[in-house]
Ligand binder design. Sequence first.
Ligand SMILES: N[C@@H](CCC(=O)N[C@@H](CS)C(=O)NCC(=O)O)C(=O)O
Length: 245
Amino acid sequence: MSVKHLGKGSEEPPRVEGLLRLYSMEFCPYAQRARLVLKAKNIPHDIVNINLLSKPEWYFKIHSEGKVPALLDGDKIIVESLDICDYLDEKYPERPLYSAEPAAKAKEKEIIQKIGPVTGVFARALFTDEKKEVKEWTQEFISVLQPLEDELKSRGTTYFGGEKPGMVDYMVWPWAERAGSFVIKFGQKPALSDDQIPLLRKWRKAMREDPVSSELYHGPERFWKVVLFKLNNVENPDYDKVASS
Ligand SMILES: N[C@@H](CCC(=O)N[C@@H](CS)C(=O)NCC(=O)O)C(=O)O
């Protein structure tokens, strides 16, 4: 599948009747959520990648703010990664990613919200020059990750979804995949002792082996290159070159 990211002056590729279309960006963690769900459920779709630093004019008709992801299903447009993933899970019940039981499903949705503070610290640590020692960032990460660690502990399973990854796992994974970018930026590993977030570390290793997340894996180095493009305000980053390197 082509990874070309379409920018200003481009035209939207012709739509294929009856086929879902995901508007994405190869390195966006939110778009990755939708791609993980599409893959886990084997849902036929095509992908149109958007150059977020030079957005195509036509894309604002799909998403008023020009953000990714967006899902097109016939004449329905769904935006927001969690809404897209919920929509896909309901419409394509094979390999359900949430628990069937409503209270358990509601609880899973609650756990997904716990990633919010993690993405906040992640963005500050990677995208800003906020001056902090690695030790301090590590402590901050641990405090926002602890609720997820506690959840795994109370479940007693490798994955939040049980024996296999489920919706919570796929909604959290994109940030775990990118965690190594922190080591690249700061030139050192976070100072974690064995008793700090051990279950989440085990979970991360297991998720790396999951066939669905492996297939979409880019890893921290390539993600970091894209971050550098953004930080250096390069107007037309060659996502395509990075994506195929
Ligand atoms: N809350 C949104 C966040 C989507 C988002 O922030 N996407 C970023 C790319 S990772 C984006 O489109 N940025 C372009 C912009 O903000 O203009 C979701 O969950 O889908």
